[in-house]
Design a protein around this ligand. Structure first.
Ligand code: C5P
Length: 238
């Protein structure tokens, strides 16, 4: 399937329509941004790795009953997905305290939470994706109550599936961000991407950061970390 009309360019991906109105084509870019794009760079090969990693993880989740937008990967940097309308609420799940949670609340870093913590943010770059409550999401009509309940249920299921999967690869899933969309028939589908850009991965044995924190915190060897995630996933037969 070929690119038809250019639709949208985000920080890490470009989206085109295709000959099938229910299918979009996604291109994964090499650009890397942090702190709401205040810090930017481009790393050759990053788009390819995120396309490979995200495709494998969406396939894994679909195989475990999660409804997703993912159809198939078509080459190194492109994949086909169901055309969805993105719900403007980003869902963050956290297992271990770090990142903006610690900055915002002054809590200690690296504490395992007694159960997964779910946070909602409004997807709005101009506002810096502010943290919102469930009431904000409902009262301003960003999601329905039914969608919100499903979103929370799916996020917790994704967290348990991926935590277990990554642990089998020697990786601790610290936290991650999900996005959801609705297709033409109103079905709620897990959308966007799941990659080292959108998750925090810590090596179980060394505590090495294997994700975008290497870029955020200038730890070096960003591509090497993404390659390591792909090396373990591709070696796992999943
Ligand atoms: O920065 P923060 O600690 O809030 O990030 C929590 C998790 O959500 C991290 O895994 C981060 O990569 C992801 N995230 C994201 N996109 C955002 C905000 C956070 O992928 N806009």
């Amino acid at each position: 399937m070929k690119k038809k009309e250019f639709l949208y360019e985000g920080k890490a991906k470009k989206i085109w329509t295709t000959d099938d109105p229910s299918v979009y084509l996604v291109e994964y870019k090499n650009s890397l941004t942090a702190f709401n794009a205040a810090k930017k760079d481009s790393i050759e090969g990053k788009g390819r790795l995120n396309n490979l990693i995200s495709s494998a993880l969406f396939e894994y989740l679909a195989g475990h009953g999660i409804p997703t937008h993912f159809i198939r990967r078509i080459d190194e940097i492109h994949q086909l997905v169901r055309a969805v309308k993105i719900i403007p609420v980003e869902v963050i799940a956290r297992n271990i305290t770090t990142g903006t949670l610690c900055k915002r609340l002054g809590v200690e870093e690296g504490i395992r939470l007694p159960r997964p913590l779910i946070e909602l943010c409004l997807k709005d770059d101009a506002l810096g994706d502010p943290l919102i409550t469930e009431d904000h999401a409902l009262l301003f009509g960003w999601t329905t109550e039914e969608q919100l309940n499903k979103i929370k249920e799916i996020t917790l299921k994704v967290n348990s599936l991926l935590s277990e999967y990554f642990l089998s690869l020697g990786i601790v899933l610290v936290d991650f961000k999900l996005e959801f969309g609705t297709d033409g028939e109103g079905n709620l589908l897990l959308s966007d991407e799941i990659s080292p850009d959108t998750c925090r991965f810590w090596d179980r044995d060394t505590n090495d950061r294997l994700d975008k924190d290497r870029f955020r915190k200038d730890l070096g060897n960003v591509l090497g970390a993404y390659e390591e995630i792909w090396r373990r996933i591709s070696g796992s037969g999943k």
